[in-house]
Design a protein around this ligand. Structure first.
Ligand code: GLA
Length: 783
């Protein structure tokens, strides 16, 4: 609902649970009034206004008519520089006469029944969302900023963006054009961000908002694994299930900034948008500049409610509608199995085994094209390497199809190696400066997608590949950050446009390809999660979460990612041990259990599996398939914060609460640990549930010399017999099936079998061990 209350000059936007309220101030600036739990539309709005009744010391008085009014202590929806607001501005301009003063005031507004679509950028798909457009005008400079607010009622999301229009007859240089500005009153808010690096993406990080400016950003040309373009403001008391928090997520994949500022009056300003560092954009008369969208939500029921609002947004309004609740295949990817060292025979051997395990899609990763045998060459040469695959992709795909699996392929179209035919032919297509030797990342350069001819070329080459071969899946990789920013396509004044124009080019390419090849499932990747954002998800409905497949690292990475993104878009693979990223050994069952909360794949040399591993993996895949809908699309709750504890629990639940899967993970086995009780407040207290532990197996290797206590026969743990046995024997761990009333689970919790405490082991003891885990299926039963 969007309501304008003329008497108070108030805009009231309501979602199912929230209200977002603005006011046109007496000065005609647009004020932020309230964003939080729903208030009645007939409320007494005057009680929401925080205004001065007297002049505030040491402020610039906006206008001598009202000495109590200054911009610096006003809560604003749009802020610029020059008239006394000393906080970070949302937009900043260099005008024709060299001045930088702008002052935008309310001019008009309209309420649209539908959400307008601005072609060219990814955007929230919500045609039927009512949208408020407030036109703000700078009378002196003849500049307009239209502020857009779309209301997604059921998802509790407000979508904001700004569009700048030059109504003057002069050019103006935009130096900063963020998508939103929101000023809220401080209630001891903290800032939570999702930071990291390669193989350590989206690690939760909470900091106090002290006076000053906190900025997280990416200057890398990708949204980056350093900081995700998604932030939360929470209080010190917010928990998974209780307390207030705000979430902000940017629909964009390039360099971004998110700014949180606390001024001396403890007002909190939040901003998000395209990074203003190294950005400038000349706007000619009558031209407009469209900023990317930011999605805002508020939850008074803790982080899970906030995350679920974003999960619903992604599933229903970001990814292509064709993929709405469309179950994704269990895939095999050959990268960690072979790297560049493969041929058709080897691939087919892997494929046969994959089929035997129950895998549905075979993905051929890097190394199939040009003369690529390592990462020094051939990016750009998207034709098959006949030495490795003499019969071509087409025949390989056919053979894999004949085995009963779909075929998928890896590409990295945005890149070029200097050692490639493409680069020899078009050295000017790479992003570099004519006078600098370009710096490389993974031995490669980035193609200049701000040039239409490059975009067209890539379309043709990829469309040919997709047309000529039976490809059902494409992993779209991107493995370096931007440097040497310069494009021959722009004059000196406009070089600051490069990265944004690159994205306009990339988005155009992805729009065309994904529309023309609707039967190909695209998975975005950027050295794992270096570009994990709503922008990429608009085109490709899933993303390779991280190159780190170690189970322990994964539960941290996945936990951080679940805060802003649904498991339905997260690629999770089981790989071999020791993990290539951290040289750690974790149980095969745990590698599966954590991967199961998302889109499952296997990425290891399955031709060398032991009989134990083969049998265990088959059981894992059939369990996953039987519960796939729930695991991929169930409502996800995190029960605790693994960044702060030795354990991690999460649950996915069906909408009607009749079915759920609980996952419990532990880092280290400690002596004399606490008794576990998992409180499950999300379940229905009026139902009765049957809880069944997934059948899981130990590898005897875990016990070493202790095996003599666990098995009836005496074995030398260093001997050949033990070696043979451990590769074959499925040692089932405890069975745990219980019937429990919903009110017990909701109020007290689920009590699993007693832990191993060092005094002995039997089938009633839950031995987790280091990096141990369990899955429990929870189903409603009629008594
Ligand atoms: C990146 C990806 C990996 C793999 C390699 C291939 O690192 O993240 O999954 O595809 O490239 O070179």
């Amino acid at each position: 609902m969007i309501k304008y209350i003329e008497t108070n000059k108030i805009f009231h936007l309501q979602t199912k649970n929230n209200s977002y309220i603005m006011i046109i101030l007496p000065s005609n600036h647009l004020g932020s009034l309230y964003f939080g739990s729903k208030v009645d539309e007939n409320t007494d709005y005057e009680n929401l206004v925080l205004s001065n009744k007297i002049e505030v010391g040491s402020q610039v008085i906006y206008d001598s008519i009202d000495k109590s009014f200054n911009l610096n202590t006003s809560f604003l929806e749009l802020s610029t520089f020059g008239k006394g607001d000393f906080r970070e501005p949302m937009c900043h301009f260099r005008l024709n006469d060299g001045s930088r003063i702008t002052d935008f005031k309310y001019k008009s507004h309209k309420v649209l029944a539908r959400k307008p679509s601005f072609k060219g950028l990814p955007e929230v798909r919500a045609e039927n969302a009512e949208t408020l457009v407030i036109t703000m005008f700078d009378e002196v400079n003849k500049l307009t900023i239209n502020l857009y607010y779309s209301v997604l009622i059921d998802e509790d999301i407000i979508v904001r963006r700004a569009v700048i229009i030059n109504d003057s007859t002069n050019e103006v240089m935009i130096e900063k054009a963020l998508s939103m500005n929101l000023d809220i009153n401080n209630k001891d808010y903290c800032l939570t961000t999702f930071d990291g690096a390669w193989i350590k993406e989206r690690q939760l990080n909470t900091q106090t908002i002290n006076p000053g400016i906190i900025k997280i950003d990416s200057k890398k040309g990708v949204s980056s694994s350093d900081h995700n373009p998604f932030i939360i403001l929470n209080t010190t008391k917010t928990t998974e299930e209780t307390g207030d928090c705000y979430g902000f997520s940017l629909v964009y994949s390039g360099s971004f900034e998110a700014v949180v500022e606390r001024n001396p009056f403890s007002m909190i300003r939040v901003q998000m948008g395209i990074n203003s560092f190294d950005f400038f954009w000349q706007l000619n008369p009558n031209e407009e500049f469209i900023t990317p969208e930011v999605c805002l939500t508020f939850s008074n029921q803790g982080y899970n409610k906030l995350s679920q609002s974003f999960h619903n947004l992604i599933n229903k309004h970001i990814i292509k509608p064709d993929y709405l609740e469309k179950e994704r295949p269990v895939l095999f990817n050959n990268w960690e199995a072979t790297m560049f060292d493969f041929n058709q025979r080897k691939l087919l051997k892997l494929a046969k085994k994959a089929k035997n395990l129950g895998i549905e899609l075979f993905v051929l990763d890097d190394g199939w094209f040009g003369k690529r045998n390592d990462d020094n060459s051939s990016l750009g040469d998207w034709f098959v390497n006949k030495k490795k695959l003499p019969l071509g992709i087409n025949k390989l795909a056919q053979k894999i199809n004949n085995l009963g699996m779909d075929f998928g392929i890896w590409v990295e179209p945005e890149m070029v190696n200097q050692d490639s035919l493409l680069y020899q032919e078009h050295p000017d297509w790479a992003i570099k400066h004519p006078s600098f030797n370009p710096s490389l990342g993974r031995n490669q350069l980035i193609l200049d997608l701000s040039k239409q001819e490059v975009v067209d070329y890539l379309y043709d080459v990829l469309a040919k590949l997709f047309r000529e071969n039976n490809i059902k899946y494409c992993k779209w990789d991107m493995n370096r950050n931007f440097s040497d920013l310069y494009s021959s396509g722009f004059d000196a004044k406009n070089q600051g446009k490069l990265i944004h124009c690159y994205y306009l080019g990339l988005y155009k390419l992805l729009e065309r390809l994904t529309n023309d090849f609707p039967n190909i499932l695209f998975e975005s990747c950027a050295s794992g999660g270096n570009r994990f954002d709503l922008g990429m998800l608009y085109y490709m409905p899933q993303i390779w979460t991280s190159d780190n497949t170690d189970a322990h690292s994964r539960y941290l990475i996945q936990s951080g990612t679940y805060f802003g993104y649904s498991q339905s878009v997260m690629g999770n693979h089981v790989s071999d041990i020791p993990s290539a990223q951290v040289i750690r050994k974790t149980p095969l069952e745990t590698r599966f259990n954590i991967s199961a909360f998302g889109l499952l794949g296997y990425e290891l040399d399955i031709t060398h599996l032991t009989p134990y591993e083969t049998k265990v993996i088959k059981k894992q895949i059939s369990y996953y398939k039987a519960n796939r809908k729930l695991l991929q699309f169930g409502k996800l709750y995190q029960l605790n914060n693994p960044f702060k504890s030795n354990n991690f629990e999460l649950i996915v639940m069906s909408e009607d609460k009749s079915k759920a899967i609980l996952g419990t993970f532990q880092t280290l086995q400690e002596p004399s640990m606490a008794y576990d009780v998992y409180k499950l407040p999300m379940l229905d207290k009026n139902k009765t549930y049957k809880i069944t532990k997934r059948e899981q197996y130990f590898n005897l290797d875990m016990f070493g010399h202790l095996i003599k206590h666990a098995l009836p026969i005496k074995l030398n743990s260093k001997g050949l017999l033990f070696h043979l046995l451990k590769n074959r024997y499925l040692f089932k761990n405890e069975e745990d099936t219980q019937i429990v009333k919903g009110d017990v689970l909701v109020n007290n919790g689920f009590i699993p079998k007693q832990r191993f405490i060092g005094t002995g082991y039997n089938e009633n003891i839950r031995l987790m061990g280091d990096f141990g885990s369990r899955l429990y299926l929870i189903e409603e039963i009629e008594l």
